[in-house]
Design a protein around this ligand. Structure first.
Ligand code: GLU
Length: 354
């Protein structure tokens, strides 16, 4: 259990970040998706769910928004479950593409899309999900999203879906190219319907944080105790979030922030800190890569403050690591027991910087 002190510390940090980033005019916002979303530019939510069920939320955490590309994470998970790792990875790779989300590039050597976090790969994943028809596939995916989020009423927003279908030439083109290359099979309309229906499922930032926490918790929703993803595929899903979740900024993100995450053009972002917590954020202003400017900025600061980077040295975080039962975490004083004197001295010096 996160201690009360730890929970309060996190709440204070989130409030401070929300207040500061929410009032900052940001010249890095270059677009809104769809353009009408500019009217909601003030919306801003930061939510967190710990694997022990502790929850935090600041701002517009109950406002619904479409998952868009965030859905790719969960579709990939079900594709893995339905087909197994080997068969799935034969059809879609796990390499960052270095290209925008809707680029027309493929892993030519292996005859597959680069990864499941960009449109081509997500379309293949949608194609791989089992079901007797498109409705069956959508129903199965929706059930999973409900399990991840704990909201049994999660649904496809039909207005969003209708809008997606009217501006869908690029995805249509990608499907035709991939079918001509043998990367997808069957009716293109079916694959697109599944992919776009998942993009059009609406969630709140609170729900998104639970979805992230479910992945952080080995595939089990920490609030309901229900399993959303078979344990052995959680690592695959979180790994591609880490390397490919942030489109053509994925390498920069992995280096600077170091948290497995996935963004969507609606301004949402889900993050998974394995064994600790899930984060769900929402703010519609997008940067050049299509990521929410505020969500990216908040993640960057949270990563630094709490040492959330997967390769972080706990001594580097200004707040002393992820809050746990003993927050502020008492760093175990085992250095003297296990290290030779010179190293222990170095460790002490290092602690002094924290
Ligand atoms: N529906 C959008 C598309 O497929 C989702 C893009 C995104 O969120 O990155 O183009």
């Amino acid at each position: 259990m996160v201690s009360q002190t730890g929970a309060r510390l996190v709440a204070e940090q989130l409030e401070e970040l929300h207040a500061r980033h929410g009032t900052r005019g940001d010249d890095r916002i270059v677009s809104f998706y769809p353009p009408e979303a500019a009217a909601d530019r003030h919306l801003f939510a930061i939510a967190g769910t710990n694997v022990d069920g502790t929850r935090w939320g600041v701002g517009d955490c109950e406002v619904r928004f479409p998952l868009q590309s965030i859905s790719k994470v969960f579709t990939f998970g079900l594709a893995l479950e339905d087909n197994g790792r080997e068969a799935t990875l034969a059809r879609v790779g796990v390499e960052p593409s270095g290209e925008p989300f809707n680029s027309i590039t493929f892993d030519e050597a292996h005859h597959r899309p680069h990864n499941p976090m960009i449109n081509t790969g997500a379309l293949v994943a949608a194609n791989l999900v089992h079901g007797v028809d498109r409705h069956d596939k959508i129903t199965r995916l929706l059930e999973r999203l409900r399990t991840y989020s704990g909201n049994p009423d999660l649904a496809v927003d039909q207005d969003v879906l209708a809008a997606e279908l009217t501006s869908n030439d690029r995805n249509l083109g990608l499907c035709y190219i991939m079918r001509s290359l043998g990367m997808i099979t069957g009716e293109i309309g079916d694959t697109l319907a599944v992919y776009l229906a998942m993009c059009s499922v609406t969630v709140t930032a609170s729900e998104l944080s639970v979805m992230g926490a479910t992945l952080a918790h080995g595939g089990i929703n920490p609030l309901t105790g229900q399993r959303a993803l078979t344990r052995r595929y959680v690592r695959d899903v979180v790994s591609v979030m880490n390397t490919c979740g942030m489109y053509d900024a994925a390498g920069q993100w992995a280096t600077d922030v170091g948290i497995p995450a996935k963004s969507g053009v609606s301004g949402g972002l889900v993050a998974t800190i394995v064994n600790h917590l899930g984060l769900g954020m929402f703010s519609p202003g997008l940067d050049v890569h299509g990521h929410s400017v505020r969500a990216v900025n908040v993640c960057r600061e949270l990563s630094e403050r709490f040492g959330l980077h997967i390769f972080a040295d706990p001594g580097e975080s200004s707040l002393g690591g992820v809050p746990t039962a003993d927050t502020p975490p008492a760093r175990p004083d085992r250095t003297r027991e296990v290290l030779p004197a010179a190293e222990a001295e170095h460790a002490e010096h290092h602690e002094g910087r924290a």
